[in-house]
Ligand binder design. Structure first.
Ligand SMILES: [Cu+2]
Length: 670
């Protein structure tokens, strides 16, 4: 029964990046196994650690620590559950030190020990403390240990309609000494739930929000500033390695990469996760240290996504000393929101999940699942490497060389986001990157995509689609899109035309026109985004001399909900709808024909790169009226004449991932 449910969710939650035309199913390669949890345990995973004896230790958002025996479901297939500790304040991290555990509570790291060996902690020691404001958004994460034994913690910003640092070191990553001493390391963090080591370097993942155009992963060196200025409030405090002050950070709406050239210490991310195209809220990540037990991606990274209930794959390379690389879709269809990833002793992956208050595509409130490689080789893009004149893709198995040499097999675009104090960002400055030539390697494992070097843009995300590539046995790629964040362009020898397997026919794109639009910056785009249309009238029509006949107010509440499920209006009457976004996520309000809400939501999801520009409102007759995307704590009013035909019309939010939950009825009566 569970499988049927999951299949349904995949259809609802998947983005266009997961679309595939041949029945080559991910389940054949990576299988999800659900660990059954007794009904009386609210296993909302906050922290997770695999113990050397095979047990799985978890901390829950309800304040408990559990020891799970037989999490691999061997023998009788039944896990055991034993409560080790309770009464903690939302512990979102757990670290096992051999004889004791460290867990984060909101206001401290606590040491738990079972000194009388009865299986229950009897020592709860305050190991390290920091002040609290009481704001609901003061999540505290960690400790996470680096390979050299150093421990890290991160402190989430407060939310007061924007990110704020109301008590010391909020918005920071700190090193935690074995004596409990905290040493500030870097700031600019907003919602840093995922952090730790990749090849010994420190990385953290960030969620879209104010000053954060889209999800991202940043390499944090000592003294770095990752982008949200709230934490800079403490940069003058003793021990701070950061010199910037909040006044040093301009909100111009230029790309972060460009602003970083003028603001020393501002660190562009290694990888952007384009919002809704590959997830909406990055969480934990783990380097693949399984030496092949988890498949062909050893040395790469897997990253959880809370809101879309997916795991993505990140392949990094260092070019000119700077980390950068590609994010690929990897596995969708988990049961709840993914917060924690942990390698099992057998090279499988435990996936710890929770969605209370943080809506997710996976509809369960919480869960633990295990992702297991079946041993079958998935046909995927394995890596993408920067080249002086484009990119080289390697594949997990040889490609059909004829199909791979077709110009139409590929499509490349580049785009970026605005860096500004506003919540999120539309996709800006999109350009097609025309191919000049294709070089398919003799062994069929590598394809080089050659472009005009002038078409590569530093700091931009390069979307690489390889939909036409097939394996030697005729399979499509399981996932045909990768998003490469190009901070640096690799040196080396450009390809000469004589090496081309295929020389591209002249592209139909007017490159110069696109460049002009891009350098003209954000203004043109803003104008088209805010322009009123017949379906979105934002000023009361002059002919409504007595005002509207009816004013309707619709709000949002956290958890992907509208605050009202049904509205009644009179056919043909003058209506003003005020849409208040009270939530801390982006939403819109779209009024559709009867029965059309799901189709409109699906069409919004499939807009891909065009989505943000169109406010996720698809161009279809099923859409009668709509608002634009409304930021948190903002509102928008629209005016329209109610349909003359009575019936049950619908309203829906078409922001990707929302439409299946955010729906209501608009009853039009005579
Ligand atoms: Cu929404």
């Amino acid at each position: 029964m569970k499988n049927i449910l999951l299949t349904t969710l995949i259809t609802v939650g998947c983005t266009s990046a997961f679309a595939q035309s041949k029945p080559n199913k991910i389940d054949d390669y990576y299988r999800i196994i659900t660990i059954p949890i007794p009904e009386n345990i609210k296993m909302e995973i906050g922290g997770m650690q695999v113990l050397p004896d095979g047990r799985l230790a978890t901390s829950t958002r309800r304040g408990e620590v559990w020891m799970i025996g037989n999490p691999y479901l061997k023998g009788d297939g039944k896990p055991s559950f034993h409560r080790f500790a309770s009464g903690l304040h939302e512990p979102l991290g757990l670290y096992y030190r051999g004889k004791d555990f460290l867990v984060s509570q909101r206001g401290e790291v606590t040491r738990l020990e079972d000194t009388d060996h009865d299986g229950v902690a009897d020592v709860y020691d305050s190991f390290s403390r920091w002040p609290l404001s009481g704001n609901y958004h003061q999540y505290s994460y960690g400790p996470v240990a680096m390979p050299n034994g150093e421990m890290l913690v991160t402190l989430n910003l407060d939310w007061v309609g924007r990110g704020a640092s109301q008590s010391k070191w909020r918005g920071w990553m700190l090193k935690l000494g074995q004596d409990g001493k905290l040493t500030p390391w870097a700031t600019g963090l907003r919602s840093p739930s995922g952090f730790g080591s990749y090849k010994g370097d420190i990385f953290y993942t960030e969620n879209q929000g104010d000053w954060v155009g889209s999800g991202r992963m940043t390499h944090l060196e000592k003294g770095d500033f990752a982008g949200n200025p709230a934490g800079l409030r403490w940069s003058k405090e003793e021990g701070s390695p950061v010199k910037l002050t909040p006044e040093d950070v301009p909100s111009t709406g230029e790309p972060l990469y460009d602003v970083a050239k003028k603001v020393p210490g501002l660190k562009p991310p290694a990888v952007w996760f384009p919002h809704t195209l590959v997830g909406i809220s990055t969480s934990d990540f783990k380097e693949d240290i399984t030496n092949g037990a988890f498949g062909p991606f050893a040395g790469q990274m897997f990253v959880g996504d809370q809101g879309h209930s997916i795991i993505t794959r990140v392949d990094l390379e260092k070019v000119n000393g700077v980390w950068q690389g590609t994010v690929f879709p990897f596995r969708e269809g988990f049961m709840s929101g993914i917060l924690r990833l942990e390698w099992g002793l057998d090279g499988s992956m435990f996936v710890g999940q929770t969605s209370r208050g943080w809506a997710a595509t996976g509809k369960e409130e919480f869960g633990i699942q295990r992702l297991v490689w079946t041993g079958k080789m998935p046909f995927e893009m394995k890596t993408v490497r920067s080249m002086p004149d484009g990119f080289e893709i390697t594949f997990t198995s040889p490609v059909d060389k004829k199909a791979a040499a077709e110009q139409d097999a590929y499509k490349m675009n580049s785009f970026t986001y605005r860096y500004h104090r506003t919540y999120g960002s539309p996709i800006i400055n999109t350009e097609e990157v025309p191919l000049k030539g294709i070089i398919v390697s003799e062994d069929g494992l590598r394809v080089r995509l050659v472009v005009d070097p002038a078409a590569l843009r530093k700091g931009y995300i390069h979307e690489i689609k390889a939909e036409g590539v097939k394996s030697t046995d005729g399979n499509n790629l399981l996932h045909s899109t990768g998003y490469y964040t190009l901070n640096e362009i690799a040196g080396g020898q450009p390809a000469s035309a004589s090496q081309f397997t295929t020389t591209a026919k002249a592209a139909a794109v007017d490159h110069s026109a696109h460049m002009a639009a891009a350098s003209g910056s954000a203004t043109a785009e803003t104008a088209s985004n805010t322009a009123a249309s017949a379906k979105r009238v934002t000023e009361m029509p002059a002919s409504w001399t007595n005002g509207p006949d009816q004013v309707v107010t619709i709000g949002t509440v956290p958890g992907l909900k509208f605050d009202i499920s049904e509205i009644q209006v009179k056919a043909g009457s003058k209506i003003k709808v005020v849409f208040n976004n009270n939530d801390d996520m982006l939403h819109n309000l779209v009024i559709t024909k009867p029965g059309a809400a799901n189709a409109v939501g699906e069409a919004g999801l499939n807009l891909g790169l065009k989505g943000t520009e169109l406010n996720y409102v698809p161009k279809t007759n099923d859409v009668l009226f709509h608002t634009n995307i409304v930021e948190p704590e903002k509102s928008e009013a629209i005016y329209f004449i109610a349909p003359k035909q009575a019936g049950t019309y619908q309203f829906v939010c078409t922001f990707p991932g929302h439409y299946s939950l955010m729906q209501g009825k608009l009853k039009v009566v005579k």
